[in-house]
Design a protein around this ligand. Structure first.
Ligand code: NJP
Length: 278
């Protein structure tokens, strides 16, 4: 009985209806936010293409989603930092599904250490995955999305792309790059009806910190305001095929970035110790 549904209930139905039968590609779908986004999209009747290096985890998720939701789920092993592999895999994706409606660039990782402690290989690793990989996957979908004048590119960036904090110089730089790219892309694609959204979360309870936070200091310090991956995923899915410029979570954290832009010197002076949680 639709007439008794709340505003939220009606919105959920609309999202579900919009995503039904759409082809959605998610990078880094073997765990964390990516896997949660995949579950919600499958529940909405979307066809999925799931990408990550851990093919075994992808196959488990594929089996589960197909059984629960009767949707088509393709999985491909892909290291997004290998640009030749990106071209090959996207060729196979187009051969399998024809076109892509939504690309979620989610694959990424961070290493939280002071700049002088990060190795050159780690610097290259973060930029090759978080930045070059994201751009390479985007390049693969752009020609068809522009031609069809339809599509949505969702880039998982970070609040670290807006406020750089101690011990995250390289990760933060990589996410600043993602935001710069995303903002330009949005303007380039505005006349082609292709939507572009950035997602800027604060800390989320995922395996991300197994690599990022070797000593567990950060996780301990920010435990009380860690976001649940299911919550972040729901916000991402709610934004699909809508003109959402940015998703900032939690909202209060984004206020910090606004104050930072307005009063950078003061913010760094006062905020340095508060921001030094790693
Ligand atoms: O992390 P995690 P999240 N090629 O570790 C994949 C951003 N973020 O879900 O390849 C392809 O559970 C990896 O798969 P696998 C963050 O920067 C997070 O939290 O099999 N895929 C796995 O599926 C990232 O962009 C927080 O190992 C690669 C996935 O990426 C996104 O959220 C806060 C890959 C990572 O899952 C998802 O991270 C924030 C590669 N080379 C932004 N390398 C947070 N958690 O606090 C990794 O602001 N993956």
């Amino acid at each position: 009985m639709d007439w008794v549904k709340t505003g939220q209930g009606r919105r959920d139905d609309m999202v579900r209806e919009q995503l039904k039968g759409k082809n959605i590609v998610i990078t880094g779908a073997s765990g964390g936010i990516g896997a949660e986004i995949a579950k919600l999209c499958a529940a909405s009747g979307a066809n999925l293409v799931l990408l990550a290096r851990s093919i075994g985890k992808l196959q488990l998720l594929q089996g589960d989603l197909q059984k629960r939701h009767y949707v088509k789920v393709d999985v491909f092993q892909l290291d997004v930092s290998d640009t030749e592999q990106v071209q090959k895999v996207f060729g196979e994706i187009f051969a399998s599904v024809g076109y892509i409606d939504i690309l979620v660039n989610n694959a990424g990782f961070g290493v939280f250490r002071e700049a002088h402690e990060v190795t050159i290989d780690e610097i290259k690793g973060m930029f090759n995955v978080n930045v070059v990989g994201l751009m390479a996957c985007t390049s693969m979908v752009l020609p068809k999305m522009r031609e069809r004048r339809f599509g949505h590119i969702i880039n998982i960036a970070s609040q670290a792309g807006k406020i750089a904090t101690p011990k995250s110089s390289v990760y933060s730089a990589s996410k600043h790059a993602v935001l710069g790219y995303t903002n330009s892309l949005r303007m380039e694609l505005a006349d082609y009806n292709v939507l572009v959204t950035s997602v800027n979360p604060g800390p989320i309870a995922t395996n991300f910190f197994e690599i990022a936070d070797e000593k567990g200091t950060y996780v301990k310090n920010v435990q009380k305001f860690m976001l649940k991956p299911q919550y972040v995923a729901q916000k991402v899915v709610d934004s699909m095929l809508t003109k959402t410029r940015e998703i900032n979570l939690p909202r209060w954290m984004n206020m910090g970035s606004i104050v930072y832009v307005l009063f950078p010197r003061l913010f760094e002076r006062i905020g340095r110790s508060v921001l030094n949680q790693k």
